[in-house]
Design a protein around this ligand. Structure first.
Ligand SMILES: [Zn+2]
Length: 159
């Protein structure tokens, strides 16, 4: 490694902020965790799967393996830095916004995004006796509106 090499193109300030964030959550800020944290937390709020983040990270100078990405996301979620969002299907999504909120999911292009607060239904759910509610996950699945005839044609074609 060259003298003065600080890994990828992250400013020292950003790196320190991310290291503090990881330490604050009880995680050791390893190079790979910092790299993945930068992809997740450097910009605006994000919803990602491990596969998508892995694809994104492939352009990095030292790309992490898919299993490293999986492990880092799992560790971040376990320590409260990310929220897991489970949808139908095998993929788990990770959300950088950890507070309570609901989601829209567009099936055709596998896009998950936040429901605006003013669209959230108010759900008065009573827990069973002796239990307390720790979270309510709402995912509204969407499809782009298309004429019914087009949908029918598509189904016939598949059959
Ligand atoms: Zn979200």
């Amino acid at each position: 490694m060259c003298p003065g090499f600080r890994g990828d193109s992250v400013h020292l300030g950003d790196r320190e902020t991310l290291a503090l964030k990881l330490r604050g959550a009880g995680l050791k800020p390893t190079r790979q965790r910092l790299q993945i944290a930068r992809l997740l937390f450097a910009g605006k709020a994000r919803h990602v799967t491990a596969e998508r983040l892995f694809e994104e990270a492939r352009t990095e100078r030292h790309p992490p393996s898919l299993s490293t990405v999986y492990n880092a996301l799992r560790d971040f979620a376990r320590c409260g830095l990310l929220r897991e969002v489970a949808l139908y299907g095998p993929k788990l999504w990770y959300d950088t916004t950890t507070g309570s909120h609901y989601h829209y999911y567009v099936e055709q292009n596998e896009e998950l995004f936040d429901m605006p607060a003013n669209a959230e239904p108010s759900l008065a759910i009573a827990p069973p006796p002796g239990m307390r509610i720790v979270g309510v996950d709402v995912v509204v699945r969407l499809k782009k509106a298309a004429p019914a005839s087009a949908t029918l044609r598509a189904c016939r074609k598949e059959a």
